[in-house]
Design a protein around this ligand. Structure first.
Ligand code: CTP
Ligand code: CA
Length: 221
């Protein structure tokens, strides 16, 4: 019916969203992480649910309430996030907002690493994490609309355009984390697609989220 269509434009659609940082264990008490708050991803999940979608939110460790109507799957590491994303498919659209740690400790210790008392520091060998977005782009389960995020400190649009090509996604939503440090409440984003760049005003994260979800609904219509 007409009013359902206007008010719940994502009714019947499954939207998969990743959000937050990942934590990569070094030993049982230490981890590698980043400054992601999860706020932008959670705002997008809330906006998608408001638009009538069935929403799966695969979340790294954050300190945020689950938005109403959203199914949340908590994970810690990038590899756990990759498995949870795979388990949540199929989806009509996936929006990968998470700041996935690029590297993990090559081998996490199963006991707390102790100082040796002589000032020697333990070596920390790193291994590259799986690229969840790039893997999904090549998968037979690739959602019809696949969106990545890019937090950059410089050359934002050029980096985003390179990422769009390299990752095989449909859109990259880029923001300048030098201008708006991670963890804040507003973003100025650039929507980068094969057909060009659309730079939005600086807006609160919930307004950015509503605008993204309106574009997603248009694309899925
Ligand atoms: N991403 C992912 N898995 C990873 C790394 C990134 O799914 N292991 C996703 C992010 O969720 C985001 C997009 O890829 O949607 C871009 O992340 P970004 O960190 O900007 O890209 P990288 O390829 O890791 O490049 P950079 O060296 O700039 O960090
Ligand atoms: Ca990265």
């Amino acid at each position: 019916d007409f009013s359902e269509d206007n008010h719940r434009p994502l009714y019947g659609k499954h939207i998969l969203i990743t959000a937050g940082p990942t934590h990569e264990p070094i030993d049982p008490v230490r981890y590698i992480a980043n400054r992601s708050s999860g706020k932008q991803g959670y705002a997008i999940a809330a906006a998608a649910a408001d638009a009538g979608a069935k929403v799966t939110l695969v979340s790294g460790p954050v300190n945020l309430p689950t938005p109403p109507g959203v199914t949340r799957v908590d994970v810690e590491s990038a590899r756990e996030m990759a498995a949870a994303v795979d388990a949540a498919l199929p989806a009509d659209a996936a929006i990968m907002v998470a700041a996935v740690a690029d590297w993990r400790a090559a081998e996490a210790a199963d006991k707390k690493i102790k100082k040796d008392g002589s000032g020697n520091v333990p070596p920390l060998a790193l291994a590259e994490n799986p690229d969840i977005l790039a893997t999904l782009a090549k998968s037979p389960k690739r959602p019809p609309l696949l969106i990545g995020f890019a937090a950059e400190t410089n050359d934002v649009i050029a980096h985003a355009q390179a990422k769009l090509a390299r990752k095989g996604c449909d859109w990259i939503i880029a923001n300048d984390v030098a201008a708006d440090p991670m963890g804040g409440d507003a973003n100025r984003v650039h929507l980068v697609t094969a057909s060009g760049v659309d730079s939005w005003d600086r807006l609160p994260k919930d307004a950015v989220a509503r605008q993204i979800i309106a574009k997603v609904a248009d694309a899925l219509r």
